[in-house]
Design a protein around this ligand. Sequence first.
Ligand SMILES: NC(=O)c1ccc[n+]([C@@H]2O[C@H](COP(=O)([O-])OP(=O)(O)OC[C@H]3O[C@@H](n4cnc5c(N)ncnc54)[C@H](OP(=O)(O)O)[C@@H]3O)[C@@H](O)[C@H]2O)c1
Length: 323
Amino acid sequence: MKAMVYTEYGPPEVLQLEEVEKPTPKEDEVLIKVHAVSINGSDWEGLIGKPLYARLGGLRRPSNKILGSDIAGRVERTGSSVREFQPGDDVFGEIPGYHGGFAEYACVPEERLVRKPARLTFEEAAAIPQGAVIALQGIRDMGQVQPGQNVLINGAGGSAGTFAVQLAKLYGAEVTGVDNAGKMDFLRSLGADHVVDFTREDFTKSGERYDLILDIAAYRSVFATRRALKPNGRYFCVGGSTAVLFQALLLGPWIRRMAGKHMRILAVQPNREDLGFMTELCEVGKIVPVIDRRYPLSEVPEALRYVGEGRAKGKIVITVDQN
Ligand SMILES: NC(=O)c1ccc[n+]([C@@H]2O[C@H](COP(=O)([O-])OP(=O)(O)OC[C@H]3O[C@@H](n4cnc5c(N)ncnc54)[C@H](OP(=O)(O)O)[C@@H]3O)[C@@H](O)[C@H]2O)c1
């Protein structure tokens, strides 16, 4: 099968379209003919090997040579213990460990997949898994957002952020979206009440206070961000600099005791229930999986460059099978 392969961390040029062996499903896995795969920030990080946590699978070289986590396609074969799916079923989900989707075929554990609703295209379905589940667990579960609360989403214009903005609005919050200058109108179109261009303005110094800050691009110290939280406010960091993630991990419990503010890492637990919940919202049009651009498999390097340069508004989708 054809796959976009890399053997060293680096810029998009390290990726090569190659012929590789078609994977064989383990007993609990499903072999999927990939129709579409979407790009997340984690693919870009996995490509360049930064931040440091992106090298968890291989410090010097990537141990897994095919990136791409969020796939949608048709079941071709099933492992011996798979009960729920059969060849011919249309499914989608997230591959554990964020790998293997930039290819014509991929194997995914049955427990990670849900059926693709007929109302969603393969591209729309592929755009949902990782970003939507991060948003759900950040806004609903950890954030416990209530109507009228002030919610700030940092990194609001990317994959997870676009779902988070829409979901926070759906739960009745007043939403501030933070991202680069090119995404301000886009954030307003998603429903953000206020927008902040992080290249010109530091939201921690504006004097505004929030009930929840969901930090998808955490590059400010927890001490700076703490200022922007209301008493009893909540802060969850999802991705960003390793130093800030460590601060939240080590200092979060202390800040909680001293200042009563929750500051923690959001360790996302992918699961079918949450994916199903977000998919239903997409089916009925309450949430839109926003697709900025589509590329063929051979143009994954260009697609990743577009994401890495900060130009993607929402999701970038690779259409693997044009039929
Ligand atoms: N905690 C977990 O369990 C978990 C699970 C899965 C993924 N993740 C992490 O989630 C993170 C984000 O995912 P994603 O797919 O939404 O990424 P994404 O699509 O790349 O979106 C990130 C957005 O943040 C913006 N941004 C960058 N620096 C910023 C800053 N200093 N202030 C405000 N905005 C900034 C980016 O714009 P520019 O491009 O202009 O920089 C981009 O629009 C990744 O770091 C990934 O590793 C965490």
